[in-house]
Design a protein around this ligand. Structure first.
Ligand code: GRF
Length: 203
């Protein structure tokens, strides 16, 4: 039986990746994953409704109520550690995490990006901006990447990726839906793989 590992999820929006992760864990597809806390930087988002329905404790931390980003991410890290979280998954989280947060969860922060990094990544490249850039560049394929988070946007080493075709006449909405379907498959698989390795390291 794998060691139980506390997982925390940071979100800013709908939370479909969050739900895909929790649902996969509850189907036994991510052995050891114990989802302990969801943190949203925005109130009233879909991810909070999903957390309530799934019975995952949730917290809204509004950056406007903190003197600066360093204080914000210290509070987020404190809440995650208090909840027993060891691995953090960013899932549609739009703030750049502060260096001290990266250090406190060194090598144990994952993110999913709706593009094939390192292309179409970096500041401002999130959600539809990615799909619009892929279409504008005339790419014939796109996809999603799960990567370890470091001090820069979308920059840490990739740990898994999935490709989808770009079809003639594709709109950003059509491409986004095709990529999101793969995200919901890739993120649980990537987290499972990551926890298996973590288990070995911490054993
Ligand atoms: C997804 O495209 C994800 O790749 C990106 O944020 C979008 C929203 O995802 N990071 P979700 O429904 O909030 O999980």
């Amino acid at each position: 039986m794998p060691v139980s590992v506390g997982v925390g999820v940071l979100v800013s929006g709908g939370g479909s990746n969050f739900e895909a992760l929790v649902a996969a864990a509850r189907r036994g597809e991510i052995p050891g994953a114990d989802f302990r806390l969801l943190i949203s930087n925005k109130p009233g988002v879909g991810a909070l409704e999903r957390a309530a329905r799934l019975g995952v404790p949730a917290l809204v931390l509004d950056p406007k109520t903190f003197p600066d980003r360093a204080a914000y991410f210290d509070a987020a890290a404190d809440a995650l550690e208090k909840a027993g979280v060891r691995v953090v998954c960013l899932a549609g989280f739009l703030l750049k995490v502060e260096p001290n947060f990266v250090r406190r969860f060194a090598g144990r922060i994952l993110n999913i990006h709706p593009g094939l990094l390192p292309k179409f990544g970096g500041k401002g490249m999130y959600g539809h901006h990615v799909h619009e850039a892929v279409l504008a560049a005339g790419e014939t394929e796109s996809g999603c990447t799960v990567h370890l988070v470091d001090d820069e946007f979308d920059h840490g080493p990739a740990i898994a990726r999935a490709k989808v075709p770009v079809r003639p006449g594709d709109t950003a909405d059509l491409l986004a839906a095709r990529v999101l379907e793969q995200e919901h498959r890739l993120y649980p698989a990537a987290l499972r793989q990551f926890l298996e390795k973590l288990d070995k390291v911490s054993a």
